[in-house]
Design a protein around this ligand. Structure first.
Ligand code: UGA
Length: 426
C-alpha cells in the first residue's frame, strides 16, 4: 500500500519505518525543511536507539521517501496517517491546530477515496472533527473515512514497542476502512481491538493516565514508607508479583515527565470537565507528581544546613528518562529551576542531551561533581549505575548523594562514606 505519514517526529518516523519494514511504500511529509533534509540523508533529528539504522536502510532502498510537498504527497497516497503534535493548550486541553491544518490540506488536495488515520493522541471526538474539517475543505465531494489508531510506543524503546505492540486499536465506523487497516497490520502478532473512533481515542488517554496513576501511587506511598523507614522498592516488588497488579510503572522516583503523560493526564481531566463530570483521581495524580521535585529540595536543604545559597549542586541527567534526548517536562529541569531560585550553583551532566544555554554543562562526570556539596541523580541512565564512587568522592566538596531514581546500592555508597538519600530507599 502507499502510505503517507504527516509529521515526522518520534511517532511519525517510527510508524513510517515500521510500515516500510512490512513491505509498504511510505512517504513522510513535514513542513520543517531541516527535518526533511536530515531524514532524506538518513539522519534522525532526535536520539532513538536503533532507529537510524532502519532509516538509512529504507532511505537507501527507497522504500521510504521524505517531502515538504503536501499536494503531491496527498494525491499519491491512499492511507494517510496524521502524526503531528497535539501540545498542551493554555487550559490544559490538547491543542488541535496542527491536526486541523493537516485535515484541511487533505480535504483541499484529495483526488480519490482515502483512509485518514489519527495516530497522534487526540481528544475524544477528534475523528468527527477531522471528518468535518476535511468535508468543509473539499471542492468536490470525494468519499473518505477517518479512523482512530492510537500509538503506544515509548521513547527510548520506540522500535521494539512499534514492532511488538501489546495490541493494535482500530476505531472505525466503516467496514471498508476497517478492512484496509486490518490488511495493513496483518503481519503483527497481537490482539486487534476493533471499536468505534471515540472509544479508541479514549483508550489511549485511559492507558497513559492509568500508568501515570500507578507512578503517582507508588510515589505517594514512598512518602509514607519514608516516614516509616520502609524500603519502597521492596514494597513495589511485593506488590508487582501479584498478576492483577503487575511489576511495571511501580518504580518510585522523581515522578513522570516527557511529552505524553503530563499532557495526556491534564487533557483527560479537561475532557471530563468539559463534559460536566470529573476525574478527581487524576487531579490528585498531577498534584502528587508536581510535589516530588519540591520534596527533594526540602531534603537537600535539610542536609545542607537549611539554605542552598551558593551551594554547588551537580545534576546527573537532563533527559526525562534514559535512552532519549527529550527534556520536555523533565523532572531534572524542574529541579534546576528550583535550585536556581534558591540561589544554588548548578552544574549539569547528561550523556546525550546538550543544552544550548546555562546551567554550566560538563562532558565528564568527574568535572560535573568537582567541588559539589551534593549530587542529584535525575535520569536513570545506565552509566550512572556503574560509576566509580570511590574515586568520585574526593572530588566532591561534601559527599552527599541524592538518588532521585533509586538506582544505586545504598550499602555500597554508604560504605564508602557517602551520605545517601534515595526515595524511601531504606
Ligand atoms: C508513554 C507511554 O508509556 C507510551 O505507551 C505512550 O505511547 C507514550 O507515552 C505516548 O503517549 O506517546 P513515554 O512518555 O515515552 O511513553 O515514556 P514512559 O516510559 O512511559 O515514561 C514516562 C515517565 O514515567 C518517565 O518520566 C519515566 O521516568 C516515568 N516512570 C516510568 C516512573 O517514574 N516510574 C516508573 O515506574 C515508570
Amino acid at each position: 500500500m502507499n502510505i503517507l505519514i504527516v509529521g515526522t517526529g518520534y511517532v511519525g518516523t517510527t510508524t513510517g519505518l515500521i510500515f516500510s519494514e512490512m513491505g509498504h511504500q511510505v512517504t513522510g511529509l513535514d513542513l520543517d525543511k531541516n527535518k526533511i533534509k536530515a531524514l532524506k540523508a538518513g539522519q534522525l533529528h532526535f536520539y532513538e536507539p536503533g532507529l537510524e539504522d532502519l532509516l538509512s536502510k529504507h532511505v537507501t532502498a527507497e522504500t521510504i521517501k521524505f517531502t515538504k510537498k503536501a499536494k503531491k504527497a496527498i494525491k499519491e497516497n491512499d492511507v494517510i496517517f496524521i502524526c503531528v503534535g497535539t501540545p498542551k493548550g493554555t487550559d490544559g486541553s490538547a491543542d488541535l491546530t496542527y491536526v486541523k491544518s493537516v485535515a484541511e490540506s487533505i480535504g483541499k488536495y484529495m483526488n480519490r477515496y482515502k483512509v485518514i488515520v489519527t495516530k497522534s493522541t487526540v481528544p475524544v471526538g477528534t475523528a468527527d472533527l477531522v471528518t468535518k474539517w476535511i468535508t468543509e475543505s473539499q471542492e468536490d465531494p470525494i468519499p473518505f473515512d477517518v479512523v482512530s489508531n492510537p500509538e503506544f510506543l515509548r521513547e527510548g524503546s520506540a522500535l521494539q514497542d512499534a514492532l511488538n505492540p501489546d495490541r493494535i486499536v482500530i476505531g472505525a465506523t466503516s467496514e471498508k476502512a476497517r478492512a484496509i487497516m486490518k490488511e495493513l497490520y496483518k503481519d503483527f502478532n497481537c490482539p486487534i481491538v476493533e471499536t468505534n473512533p471515540k472509544a479508541s481515542e479514549m483508550i489511549k488517554y485511559a492507558a497513559n493516565s492509568f500508568l501515570a496513576m500507578k507512578i503517582s501511587y507508588i510515589n505517594e506511598l514512598a512518602r509514607v514508607c519514608d516516614v516509616l523507614k520502609i524500603n519502597v522498592n521492596e514494597v513495589s516488588r511485593g506488590m508487582g508479583l501479584d498478576h492483577r497488579i503487575g511489576p511495571h510503572f511501580l518504580h518510585a522516583g522523581l515522578g513522570y515527565g516527557g511529552s505524553c503523560f503530563p499532557k495526556d493526564v491534564t487533557a483527560l481531566i479537561q475532557i471530563a470537565k468539559e463534559n460536566e463530570t470529573a476525574l478527581t483521581i487524576l487531579e490528585k495524580v498531577v498534584q502528587v507528581n508536581e510535589a516530588l521535585p519540591l520534596t527533594l529540595i526540602e531534603k537537600l536543604k535539610q542536609a545542607l544546613g537549611g539554605d542552598l545559597t551558593n551551594k554547588t549542586i551537580a545534576i546527573l541527567g537532563l533527559a526525562f528518562k534514559a535512552n532519549t534526548d527529550d527534556t520536555r517536562e523533565s523532572p531534572s529541569l524542574i529541579l534546576i529551576d528550583r535550585l536556581k531560585a534558591e540561589k544554588g550553583k548548578v552544574r549539569v551532566h547528561d550523556p546525550i542531551v546538550k543544552l544550548d544555554g546555562p546551567p554550566e554543562q560538563f562532558p565528564s562526570i568527574e568535572e560535573t561533581v568537582a567541588g559539589a556539596d551534593a549530587l542529584i541523580i535525575c535520569t536513570d541512565w545506565e552509566v550512572y549505575k556503574h560509576l566509580d564512587w570511590a574515586s568520585l568522592k574526593p572530588l566532591m566538596g561534601q559527599p552527599n548523594i541524592f538518588d532521585g531514581r533509586n538506582m544505586l546500592d545504598k550499602e555500597i555508597v554508604e560504605g564508602l562514606g557517602f551520605h545517601y538519600v534515595g526515595v524511601a530507599n531504606h
